[in-house]
Design a protein. Structure first.
Lengths: 405, 405
C-alpha cells in the first residue's frame, strides 16, 4: 500500500462530468489498495470569472481580499470532488488549505508555504477517507486566507507529498508528460520516461510550460518524486526524480525554445569597472528580470553589452537603459524583438565533451546565425533569429537523436 | 458613536452595481461617526447555482460537503464588498464565519450557533475598519465549515450584534419594514414604526415572511434591538425591540394570513384518555409539524378532532392518521386543502377584552364562516375558507383601524 498525492488541474475538473471522471480515477487507485490525497485547482474559467467580478467593484482590488475571493474557486472544487466520490461509494472528506494545515507567509496572491501540519489529513486517511485538499491556498499565521500565485496547486501537491512523506506525487494535467521538445514544433519529439529535477527545472524555466519552476525546486529540495501525466488517458507519463548514475548516459535530455524574449544591445560602452552594475541595478530596481547577459571583449577601451528581457518588459527596459547609456557616453541602444532562445539541456553534459561544438556545427550547417551564447553546467542556450527557431529546433533534435527509438 | 451591525441580503448584493450601492450606504454610516460591522448573504442566485452543480455530481450530496460548497457564496460577497469599500477610500476587512469566531454545533446545513468570540472583529474595528462578516456560516469545534440553514444570515447579524453588544442591528432587505398586513393583499396596510419581539414572532411565524422566527427569538433572548428596512431607499423601517408600556396601548399590531395550511378532520373519535396522544405521537415521529389542534366537546362518548399541517405534509399526514383512526374505531377521516389561517396579533390583547368578539362579529358581518379557532395570549387565529381570506383580511384590518392615520 502506497500513499499517493494526486493533483488535478483546472481543465481536468472543468465541469461536473470531468469531476465524475476524476473521481472514478481516484477510486481506481483506492481499489488498487493505495491511500490517496487529492489536490484540486479551481474549475477552468472560474478564477478568471472571479477576477472579472472583482474588477467590476474595484479596478485595483486589494490583494488580501483578492485571496479571500479566489480561494472560493478551489473550495468549490473540493466539495464537488468529495461528493462525486461519495456517489461512487468511496469515503472522502474535503479540506481547505487552512484546514489542511498549510501555513504560509502573509504575502497575499503570491504567498510562500512556511510549513504544513498534516495531522488532520493523516487522521482522515487512517479513517479510510480520500482526503481532498484545495490547491493554491493556505492561511498565514493570523489565519487570513492566502494564495500561492501561479502554479500554486502543483506546489500544494508537492509540499503535501513532502509533509506526508508520500511515496509518489502524480500531477495530472492536459499533456501526456515531458517531451524531448515541444511536440507542436518538433514532430519527432519523444515523451521522456524519466528526467532529473535539474533537467526539469531547466526545461520548465525555458518554456516547457508543464510546471512552474518553484514546484520543481520544492520537489528537488525535499526529494519528492513526482510524475507528470494526462488526466484524459492511462499513459504512464514522465517521472521526475533525483538524478541517478544511469541518467548521465543520456547526454541531452531535451530541447526547448523560448520566443518570448527580446534583446537589447548597447554599443560601445566604456569598458571600466562598475559599468555592468550601473546598467543592471536600475533594471533590477524596476523589477525587470534580465535573463542572458553577454559582454564582448574590449576593443580600445569600449565593449558591447547585450542582454535579454521578457518581450513585455522591452519598452520599460529601453526607457531605463537609454538615459544611462547616454550618461556613460556609450553608443547606440538598439532592441531586437524577433529573436528566440534555443536551449539544450542534459545532466550528461557534465561528463560528455563536445556538446557545444555539435550544437554550433548543426546550427551552422542549417545556416542559423548565433547572436548570443550562454552556458551552464547542464545547459547551453543560444539566441537566434525567431524565423530560424523551428528549423533549428528540428535540426538539433535530430542531431542529438532525441526522437523515439 | 454607535456600534451598528448591518445585514444585507442576497438581492441587495445581487450584482456588482448593487454591491457598490451597499458600500456607499455603509460608508455614509461611517461618515456619521459609527463603527460598522456588515453581514452579507450570497449574491442572489449563487446558492441555487451551487446546489444545481452539486446535484450534477451527486443526486444526494453529503451535508458536510454541501456546507463547504455553499459557504463559498458568502465568502465571495464579503471579498467583493470589502473591495467596493476600498474603492470609496474606506478601510475594510472581510472575515469568513470561522474567522469571525462563529462556533456552531456540528449539524451540517442547519447548525446552531454555540458561541461567538468576536476578538478579531473588535481588533479590526478598533483599527478603523469596517468588518465584513460572511453570513449563514460558521465552523464546528473541529473547524469543519457549517451553515445555519434558512434565514441564517439574519441570525449571524443578530448573534454578532449580541456578542459585540452593538447598539443596533439593521436588517436590510427588499421590503420597507413590517406592515400591519401584507400590502399585496391589503391596500390600506400601514408600515409599523415599532413592534415588540413577541408580536414580530407571531407575525413572522404566521407568514409575514420578513424574517425567520429563529432570528427574532435569538434577538429577544439577548435583547438585541433591530430594525428591518429597505436597502433600496432611506426609509427608516420598523424597529423590533423589547416591549414597552406604551406598546400596550395598541390592541392589535397586525394581521397575517397563512394559505399554506391544510386541515384534517377525524369524525367521531372515541372520547377517552390517551386518544390525542395516540393520534399525534405518530405524526411527530414522522416529523410532521401540527399547528392548530381543536377537539370538540364530547357527544355520547365521541368527539371530533381537527388539526392543521403544512399543505406539503397533507398526504403523508393522512397516511399516518388513517390506519390509527380505523384502529380506534373512529369515523371518516377528511381533509381540506382550501383553507386559510387568519391571525390578529397584539400584546395589547392582554389588557384589552373584546378582541375576539370584535373579530368574530366582523367575520360574521362579512359572511365568513369560521371552521376552527385557536387563541394565545397575544394572538387569535381562525381557520376560514381560502376563498374568503382576502376579503376577511381587509375587513378585519379596517375594523381594528390598522390603516395609516
Amino acid at each position: 500500500m502506497a500513499l499517493i498525492v494526486q493533483k488535478f488541474g483546472g481543465t481536468s475538473v472543468g465541469n461536473p462530468e470531468r469531476i465524475r471522471n476524476v473521481a472514478a480515477r481516484i477510486q481506481r487507485a483506492c481499489e488498487d489498495g493505495h491511500q490517496i490525497v487529492v489536490v484540486v485547482s479551481a474549475m477552468s474559467g472560474v478564477t478568471d470569472g472571479l477576477i472579472k467580478l472583482a474588477r467590476e467593484v474595484n479596478p485595483s482590488p486589494d490583494v488580501r481580499e483578492m485571496d479571500v475571493l479566489l480561494a472560493t474557486g478551489e473550495q468549490t472544487t473540493i466539495a464537488l470532488t468529495a461528493m462525486a466520490l461519495h456517489a461512487l461509494g468511496q469515503k472522502a472528506v474535503s479540506l481547505t488549505g487552512a484546514q489542511a494545515g498549510i501555513v504560509t507567509d502573509g504575502v497575499h496572491t503570491k504567498a510562500k508555504i512556511a510549513n504544513i501540519t498534516p495531522k488532520r489529513t493523516r487522521e482522515l486517511l487512517a479513517d479510510g477517507n480520500v482526503v481532498i485538499v484545495a490547491g493554491f491556498q493556505g492561511a498565514d499565521a493570523e489565519g487570513a486566507i492566502t494564495t500561492l500565485g501561479r502554479g500554486g496547486s502543483d506546489l500544494t501537491a508537492i509540499a503535501l507529498a513532502a509533509a506526508l512523506k508520500a511515496d509518489l506525487c502524480e500531477i495530472y494535467t492536459d499533456v501526456d508528460g515531458v517531451y524531448t521538445a515541444d511536440p507542436r514544433l518538433v514532430k519527432a519529439a519523444c515523451k521522456l520516461n524519466e528526467i532529473s529535477y535539474d533537467e526539469m527545472l531547466e526545461l520548465a524555466s525555458l518554456g516547457a510550460k508543464v510546471m512552474q519552476s518553484r514546484s520543481v525546486e520544492f520537489a528537488k529540495k525535499f526529494k519528492v518524486p513526482f510524475s507528470v501525466r494526462s488526466s484524459m488517458n492511462d499513459n504512464p507519463g514522465t517521472l521526475v526524480k533525483e538524478e541517478t548514475r544511469k541518467m548521465e548516459d543520456v547526454m541531452i535530455r531535451g530541447i526547448s525554445v523560448d520566443k518570448n524574449q527580446a534583446k537589447i544591445n548597447i554599443a560601445k560602452a566604456p569598458d571600466r569597472p562598475g559599468i555592468a552594475a550601473r546598467l543592471f541595478k536600475p533594471l533590477a530596481d524596476a523589477h525587470i528580470n534580465v535573463d542572458m547577459i553577454v559582454q564582448n571583449a574590449s576593443t580600445e577601451g569600449f565593449t558591447d553589452v547585450s542582454f535579454t528581457v521578457a518581450k513585455d518588459d522591452l519598452t520599460r527596459a529601453r526607457k531605463v537603459i537609454e538615459p544611462i547609456a547616454k550618461e556613460l557616453g556609450a553608443g547606440t541602444v538598439a532592441d531586437f524583438e524577433k529573436i528566440a532562445k534555443l536551449s539544450v539541456v542534459g545532466i550528461g553534459m557534465r561528463s560528455h565533451s563536445g556538446v557545444a561544438a555539435d550544437l554550433f556545427e548543426t546550427l551552422a550547417a542549417n545556416k542559423v546565425n548565433i547572436q548570443m551564447i550562454s552556458t551552464s553546467e547542464i545547459k547551453i542556450s543560444v539566441i537566434i533569429d525567431a524565423a530560424d527557431a523551428d528549423r533549428a529546433m528540428n535540426a538539433v533534435h535530430a542531431k542529438f537523436r532525441l526522437g523515439c527509438p
